[in-house]
Ligand binder design. Structure first.
Ligand SMILES: NC(=O)c1ccc[n+]([C@@H]2O[C@H](COP(=O)([O-])OP(=O)(O)OC[C@H]3O[C@@H](n4cnc5c(N)ncnc54)[C@H](OP(=O)(O)O)[C@@H]3O)[C@@H](O)[C@H]2O)c1
Length: 308
């Protein structure tokens, strides 16, 4: 039975990815892991109306709560999942205004986008089927050498300082920089996981970093003032952003790229690749630094209380 897990599968790219796993890739069981039971139930209704022969399940997961993440394995077993063919680490937040903290005291963007997914992956490694795939959804905004990332470069000098900005002398980062920093962490994490597969006892799995390009129309900017949200969806901004050299995509095309990495049987992409929608690209210079990958991996493990 082919079974896939998509975090944040109730909305935006994750919803469309889950839908395409069923419709294009003949998934037998698609599990969405969501923080809000009402939104999850609404998504399940839409999926089931479109693909009645596919099994869809929602499991509760709040990436901003380590106790919720730690419960994932039990919840999946309750849902009858014995093995996962791929996990798509898609859920993400972008916040506006002063930093806030997760239940466990980590800065919210870093805690949800990186630390929650790090712990989730470590816990799910034993549940991955042979040759399973891990798709880490990052963003071109992690790369200051591109127009996507030039205006708000990430600032990840030390993992602990980013996770706990209130405990040291780290200057407060704007919401968008907290986001690009968390997305750099996603890329560093994917490379570190790829490099440690044998050590972790899973040399068979493949790990991909996925960059959906810029996709106006999802809920990602919902924490921003309404005029910015309207502007981001407007045709003029799409045109301007594209002219500046940022790749603009649609929800359908970017979700398909994500589903393809998770489920395409004839996929010709090596583990460790960084894929933007449909092509392999090079990620930022900083993300390819083995020392940085190591620091993020080891410090994240220490923050989460798992062996590195
Ligand atoms: N849209 C873009 O232009 C773009 C570009 C590059 C990368 N990305 C990446 O693509 C991914 C999907 O984003 P999107 O654009 O589809 O945004 P979206 O529409 O806002 O979807 C985000 C999903 O993440 C879930 N989520 C947020 N916080 C969570 C938490 N604490 N625990 C569990 N789930 C949580 C949301 O759940 P709720 O519905 O409950 O809030 C929602 O299902 C993100 O990783 C984002 O960084 C997006």
């Amino acid at each position: 039975m082919s079974t896939y897990l998509v975090t944040g599968g109730n909305a935006g790219l994750g919803f469309e990815c889950a839908r395409q796993l069923a419709s294009r890739y003949a998934a037998e069981h698609v599990v969405i892991a969501c923080r809000d039971p009402t939104r999850a139930a609404q998504a399940l209704e839409l999926f089931r109306a479109q693909a009645p022969s596919v099994r869809f399940t929602a499991v509760s997961l709040d990436l901003g709560s380590l106790s919720s993440v730690r419960a994932i394995e039990a919840r999946l077993r309750e849902a009858g999942v014995v093995a996962l063919d791929a996990i798509v680490l898609n859920a993400g937040v972008q916040t506006f205004g002063p930093p806030t903290a997760t239940e466990d005291g980590f800065e919210t963007t870093f805690g949800v986008n990186h630390l929650g997914h790090y712990l989730l992956t470590r816990l799910l490694l034993p549940l991955l089927a042979p040759d399973a795939r891990v798709v880490v959804v990052a963003s071109g905004t992690h790369d200051p050498a591109t127009t996507d990332g030039r205006f708000n470069p990430p600032r990840l000098r030390e993992t602990r300082a980013v996770a706990w900005p209130d405990r040291g002398d780290t200057p407060t980062m704007a919401g968008i920089v907290r986001y690009t920093t968390s997305k750099l962490a996603n890329v560093l994490f994917a490379y570190a996981l790829h490099g440690r597969r044998a050590e972790l006892g899973r040399p068979d799995i493949a790990v991909y970093t996925y960059d959906p390009a810029a996709v106006p129309g999802t809920g990602l900017v919902r924490g921003w003032p309404s005029w910015i949200q309207r502007l981001w969806r407007s045709a003029i901004v799409r045109w301007l952003v594209a002219r500046l050299g940022t790749r603009i995509s649609t929800i359908e095309a970017s979700a398909l790229g994500m589903a393809r990495l998770a489920a395409e049987p004839a996929l010709d992409v090596a583990s460790g690749a960084y894929v933007q929608v449909d092509r392999v690209r090079e990620s930022s210079v900083e993300s390819r630094d083995p020392g940085k990958q190591d620091e993020l991996w080891t410090s994240s493990a220490a923050l989460l209380g798992v062996p590195s």
